[in-house]
Design a protein around this ligand. Structure first.
Ligand code: DPM
Length: 387
């Protein structure tokens, strides 16, 4: 459809005259929103799709990656990349969890989406709040890279692991989730905030003596081409990952049917279901990027399993539980069509499976809440605010 059509938005689709006009011209009305899609005379009108991105190297790499995929799928579409800075990029000296802004990396980009300056924005899913502002939706969740965290050592510590690093070694991370889990697991280590984009962090690690190692998402390191710097990948027994970690998401205007349809082909079903469960879990816990919440998910033989945990800042207090559900398309859980699940719109993934995934996240969160998760999180939040 795209690339050969022109799109016109109309105010009232109920107008009889408009319907008559549409029929007369053989134009098509979008079934989901008041948009008319009509064919150009010779079928060669190409729409320019503008992709918004942050200016960091990782954001550019991620946006280029999605642009390449779109180009392959829709060779006629013209893609333009618009780069901008966000609050998260500008405030580099404060830990993420201390900046009281939920959509640190996403707000400016969403403003541009709203003003029609861009048509889609590529994010790391883990940076997208579980409740998106009205009018936006995640139109694609791409196949997940490794969701795990990785250790990057100062070159002088080459060959060591978190276990074998000397007592008192300082590990750089400003993720409360990573610090909480690792403090408990490796009590001989100390943890210190480190901020900045990936380039800045690696520089801070290598060029100073402040940190013995830093912890970063394996996915980001891989995308940057820095896999060789990974000395250790942390499995769930050491450090469970963040909700949505390792997956890319494409955010669009919820009413922009043509763009939604276009990007929906990028969805990776298994990743969609895992991330819906994870996001539903986090949303029910009222968590953001400033609380120590971690997950682990898996899909095997149409069964989606979710392990979720909450931690006190020092990791001494924690609650961890696991649950699973069938995501077999034959599992007939009824739902209204055209529904968003924790911000995700995926018409091409079985609705019943999405409903089951969301319910799994909510159920697991409820289980943890019944065991006192809110007390742990409230205390963690207060202590972090007072830091
Ligand atoms: C969020 C967190 C961090 C980012 C918190 C967490 C890490 C902050 C830090 C919500 N977003 O993970 O517990 O280390 O100080 C971020 C990264 C990526 C996306 C970098 C990273 C790349 C990986 C991906 C920052 N957001 O975590 O090393 O695409 O998932």
């Amino acid at each position: 459809m795209l690339g050969r059509t022109l799109i016109l938005r109309i105010l009232s689709v109920r107008d009889r005259h408009i319907h008559r006009l549409l029929k007369l011209r053989n134009w098509r009305l979008c079934p989901r929103c008041p948009t008319v899609v009509f064919k150009d005379g010779n079928g060669t009108v190409n729409r320019v799709i503008r992709m918004g991105t942050r200016k960091s190297q990782l954001a550019r790499i991620q946006t280029d990656y999605v642009a390449e995929k779109l180009k392959t799928l829709y060779p006629d579409v013209h893609l333009e990349i618009v780069a901008m800075s966000t609050i998260g990029d500008k405030i580099l000296d404060t830990a993420l969890s201390k900046i009281g802004e939920k959509s640190l990396f996403t707000k400016e980009l969403e403003n541009a989406l709203e003003r029609n300056e861009v048509d889609l924005v590529v994010h790391s899913l883990k940076d997208l709040p579980t409740t998106l502002p009205n009018g936006f939706t995640i139109g694609a969740v791409l196949q997940r890279e490794s969701p795990h965290d990785a250790v990057v050592l100062h070159p002088k510590n080459s060959g060591l692991t978190l276990d074998t690093l000397p007592d008192g070694s300082v590990i750089g991370t400003s993720s409360l989730r990573r610090a909480a889990q690792l403090k408990k697991r490796f009590p001989h280590l100390e943890f210190k905030d480190i901020r900045g984009n990936l380039n800045t962090r690696l520089k801070k690690l290598d060029e100073k003596e402040d940190y013995a190692a830093i912890i970063l998402a394996a996915a980001g390191l891989k995308r940057m081409g820095w896999e060789a710097r990974v000395s250790q990948v942390l499995g769930p027994e050491d450090c469970m990952y963040a909700v949505g970690q390792g997956a890319l998401a494409v955010e669009v205007r919820a009413r922009d049917c043509d763009i939604l349809e276009m990007v929906s082909t990028l969805h990776h079903s298994e990743t969609v279901l895992r991330c819906i469960a994870e996001r539903a879990f986090l949303r029910r816990l009222e968590g953001g990027c400033s609380v120590p919440v971690a997950v682990n998910t898996e899909v095997k033989d149409s069964v989606l399993s979710l392990t979720g945990a909450v931690y006190s800042l020092d990791g001494a207090d924690s609650l961890k539980e696991a649950m699973e559900t069938s995501v077999d398309p034959g599992n007939k859980l009824e739902s209204a069509a055209d529904i968003q699940h924790v911000g995700v719109t995926a018409h091409n993934v079985p609705q019943c499976a999405q409903v089951a995934a969301e319910k799994l996240g909510v159920d697991l969160a409820n289980l943890l809440l019944s065991k006192g998760a809110m007390e742990i999180l409230t205390t963690a939040r207060k202590l972090n605010d007072a830091r």
